[in-house]
Ligand binder design. Sequence first.
Ligand SMILES: [Zn+2]
Length: 129
Amino acid sequence: MYQGRCLCGRVSFSISGQLGAADMCHCRQCRQWTGHVLASTEVARTALTITGIENLTWFHSSAKVRRGFCSHCGSSLFFDPLDTQKHQWIGVALGAFDDKTDVSIAQHIFVAEKGDYYPICDGAPQHDH
Ligand SMILES: [Zn+2]
């Protein structure tokens, strides 16, 4: 069981079972949403339990995706593809976990849109999109 929460604690979550693939997304939308990049893990929808969901706001960043953040403290928490038939997973921000995650970054995506102020040095594969 893995657990995490937003900065103020009004939204928390727990995940049963193992966490899925972890990646870092450097696209412009993730940069602006997080203030840097989005490091997230793909979690089966059925494995995720959210507490305090009344404090969660969903922002539809495109026709395909909504992003969940705490209405009070602003923590970026969930990346939710709207086509739930095609996508059985929801992305959960790794920075919000309370403790260990037992995953490491498997890839960097949308590197073509990354900021110019940091290098990527961890050796994980990098993809332009
Ligand atoms: Zn909060």
